[in-house]
Design a protein around this ligand. Structure first.
Ligand code: FES
Length: 185
């Protein structure tokens, strides 16, 4: 099923290991109405929906690629680009917008070097713009994972990003935890 290249013309490769979704395709092979669960499981495998995987799904299920893309782009649960380990959701509802969300966004984009809707190169963070998250009294607000950060300004936004970056580096083992504790010689 993974043999050969089906994207000879203008389509690019995502580099996904297509063998990983063969069990998924086999499990749902006899069920033509199961495109959504197939996409959900594919996304679980890769963390997003790589282009190669979408082509593989279309070929395996003998349906037009446009149909697969149509479903994948219709539902907000599906992501066509790699996502970061942490998603930074910046609220752009009215209250947050009026109280400085655009400026906070500018700072975060500048600090992380990725635009809204993009993921940082190290795949640590994805920046998203969202509608009102329901805590307008704290505007401007951003949500990182389960945590809500409110009353943001440039300084606070930079501090939060610096902390998040440090946490990501620590998690990857890039900052030895003992480094800060070492006594000067
Ligand atoms: S507008 Fe941002 S929380 Fe409501």
């Amino acid at each position: 099923m993974t043999e050969g290249c089906r994207c000879a013309d203008t389509q690019e490769h995502s580099g996904a290991d297509l063998a990983l979704i063969e069990p998924v395709l086999e499990r749902y092979a006899g069920d033509p109405g199961s495109l959504i669960p197939v996409l959900q499981e594919t996304q679980r495998v890769y963390g997003y929906l790589p282009k190669d995987a979408l082509r593989e799904i279309a070929a395996a299920r003998k349906i037009p690629l446009a149909k697969v893309y149509g479903v994948a782009t219709f539902y907000s649960q599906f992501h066509l680009r790699p996502r970061g380990e942490k998603v930074i959701r910046i609220c752009h509802g009215t209250a947050c917008h009026v109280r400085g969300a655009p400026e906070v966004t500018r700072v975060i984009v500048e600090e992380l070097g990725a635009k809204v809707g993009e993921t940082t190169e190290d795949r640590a963070f994805t920046i998203e713009s969202v509608a009102c998250v329901g805590c307008c009294g704290l505007a401007p607000v951003m949500i990182v994972g389960e945590q809500t950060h409110g009353q943001l300004d440039n300084v606070k936004a930079r501090t939060i990003v610096a902390t998040l970056r440090e946490e990501a580096e620590l998690a990857r083992g890039e900052i030895p935890p003992s480094a800060e504790e070492e006594e000067p010689a």
